[in-house]
Design a protein around this ligand. Structure first.
Ligand SMILES: Cc1cc2nc3c(=O)[nH]c(=O)nc-3n(C[C@H](O)[C@H](O)[C@H](O)COP(=O)(O)O)c2cc1C
Ligand code: SF4
Length: 424
């Protein structure tokens, strides 16, 4: 069977009325799941250049090999989706669950696992319903599936937190090593993978590495699911080819509702980029790296000119500080101090020199936690101080009257109203 030409790929066959794709729909679009030899599948994923879509951007084949060479492996689908604005995993699990399940079955085969654990957030009712409905009609899968529902907290989706939780502990990160691929679920080597990564792997297994590379760029092959939200007419999850100009991403989401001042690229561990600069970039690691950012878990937030970037950043950094798992001093106290100082700048009650202290603190919290939480938060606030620098001075003398945008802070993933598939 030949793969879809152009786009959509992952979202091929998605029903516009919001109903899930049945097994028959799924087979009509993608055919039956072809059993693939473990080494052959890992090789195809390697040649395809697939990288993890949960935020860490790690080469998937390398992780598969690391688990495959150990014994008694397990597979965990990390469907925690703790990035507040992200909706892609919810879209996949609730509307096209068979593609994710195919990927999980294939990944389990590749690493020699007989058990797949699907870890979701407690509020992920639609995702759970989608997966349960899909499992009820599948037969012949050579693995058993289990579910685990964990707290909807930001750091609960970090892989060591997922493993700790599945092993009966709190959903908080643990010191690594050992990493999950060495010792994870029940002490076994564990492959932790994001649902989109698994769905992409299911397509590669069917259509091959060459097909995967037909779109995208040499360095960033294939397509990605991007949740586009904020000041756009049709916020939602969009499948786009790597290499697509960011301006086309916004156009796919209906265009902006007002002139933009900045884009937050990569979610709350991401980076604010001035709109004029961001609109000249493409969706590629190389372009994003040139302005110090990465796609993270695929969230893009557009900030209109009528909003106050400083206030919005102060809200988000307060949220991130409150989401610290409370285990590492620099993270707990450092992020709290950074949140307080940012609030002071936003309210205009702190001296502009506070910015220098803030920058010192961000450099001091970096790399000082058991997980990447302080690093992500530091990156976020450093970019805010740079991009909204003029606002800091302005807030010293003027009362800010901008209306809060209400960026999502925690809880289950937002409803996905629009899911459009644009050719890239
Ligand atoms: C604070 C924090 C939260 C995270 N939350 C998620 C999440 O909700 N879902 C996810 O897939 N990965 C999340 N990650 C990344 C995971 O640790 C891990 O890299 C990922 O699940 C691996 O799958 P992938 O290789 O398919 O991306 C998070 C990482 C950090 C540091
Ligand atoms: S760095 Fe922060 S979020 Fe990560 S484990 Fe330590 S206290 Fe928890």
């Amino acid at each position: 069977m030949t793969g879809p030409q152009g786009l959509p790929r992952l979202l091929a066959g998605l029903h516009a009325d919001g109903s899930p794709m049945t097994l028959a729909d799924h087979r009509r679009v993608h055919g039956d799941l072809r059993r693939t030899q473990p080494a052959e599948l890992i090789q195809a994923i390697d040649l395809a250049g697939l990288r993890g879509r949960g935020g860490a951007d790690f080469p998937t084949a390398r992780k598969l090999r690391a688990v495959a060479e150990r014994r008694r492996a397990a597979v965990v689908v990390n469907a925690s989706e703790t990035e507040p604005a992200s909706g892609k995993d919810k879209l996949l699990l609730s509307r096209m669950p068979h593609l994710v399940l195919d990927g999980a079955v294939l990944a389990a085969g590749a690493v020699g696992a007989r058990e797949v654990i699907i870890k979701l957030g407690e509020g992920a009712h639609e995702s759970l319903a989608g997966i349960e409905g899909a499992l009820a009609v599948r037969d012949g899968d050579p693995v058993s599936f289990k579910f685990a529902l964990g707290p909807d907290r930001y750091v609960a989706g970090e892989e060591s937190a997922v493993i700790h939780f599945l092993n009966g502990g709190q959903a908080k990160p643990t010191l690594v090593p050992p990493r999950p691929y060495e010792r994870g679920y029940q002490g076994r080597p564990t492959l932790v993978q994001n649902p989109e990564t698994l769905a992409q792997a299911a397509l590669i297994a069917r259509y091959g590495a060459n097909w995967f590379r037909e779109i995208g760029t040499d360095a960033d092959p294939g397509s990605a699911l991007v949740t586009i939200t904020g000041a756009v007419r049709a916020p939602g999850v969009y499948e786009l080819a790597f290499g697509t100009p960011i301006s086309d991403l916004l156009a796919a989401a209906g265009g902006s509702t007002e002139p933009l001042q900045a884009l937050l690229v990569g979610g709350y561990f991401g980076t604010w980029v001035e709109a004029t600069r961001a609109l000249g970039l493409r969706l590629s690691r190389e372009d994003l790296r040139s302005v110090g950012c990465s796609l993270g878990s695929g969230v893009l937030i557009a900030l209109g000119e009528s909003a106050c970037g400083l206030h919005e950043s102060a809200r988000v950094i307060r949220y991130l500080a409150d989401e610290s798992a409370g285990q590492c001093g620099p993270c707990v106290f450092g992020l709290r101090a950074i949140a307080d100082a940012t609030a002071g700048l936003a309210e205009g009650v702190a001296h502009a020199r506070e910015r220098d202290r803030l920058l010192r603190w961000t450099s001091e919290v970096r790399g000082r936690g058991a997980c990447h939480h302080p690093n992500g938060a530091a990156r976020f606030i450093e970019s805010a101080l740079e991009v909204f620098s003029a606002d800091i001075d302005w807030h010293q003398s003027q009362r800010c009257t901008a209306r809060p945008v209400g960026l999502p802070l925690g809880g289950p993933a937002p409803d996905v109203r629009h899911a459009l598939m644009e050719a890239g």
